[in-house]
Design a binder for this molecule. Structure first.
Ligand code: SF4
Length: 114
């Protein structure tokens, strides 16, 4: 059962999750904000359901596919695009990004209707 990066990642793209993944199955669009949104995606074909990424995400953006909140259901299909259209994606690498405050995390959830 693959895990899913939801739109809580969008335009935040922390990448700490990618550093935890034992099978390197996080992807980023080659042209973020173009055909695909500026966010990380998990390959449903490659994810081994270990759960290691979820606690690493400071934006609390990662869910198991059967637990994705209702407002984010479309993100399941968005993540699958990195398998269906692989040439449009690059493997994501961990970078040293800004860590959000609890207030920023809460505001981001509210912005996306959670
Ligand atoms: Fe990678 Fe495990 Fe997260 Fe799947 S659940 S994306 S294998 S770290």
């Amino acid at each position: 059962m693959p895990w899913v990066v939801t739109r809580l990642c969008r335009d935040n793209v922390d990448t700490a999750c990618a550093g935890e993944c034992p099978v390197d199955c996080f992807y980023i669009p080659n042209e973020p904000g173009g055909k695909y949104p500026n966010q990380l995606m998990i390959s449903p074909d490659e994810c081994i359901d270990c759960g290691a990424c979820e606690p690493a995400c400071p934006w609390e953006a990662i869910f198991q596919d059967d637990s994705v909140p209702a407002p984010f259901q479309d993100d399941i299909a968005v993540n699958a695009k990195c398998d269906e259209d692989r040439d449009a994606f690059t493997n994501a690498e961990e970078k040293d990004n800004h860590k959000p405050s609890p207030e920023e995390v809460a505001a981001n959830k509210k912005k996306w209707g959670l």
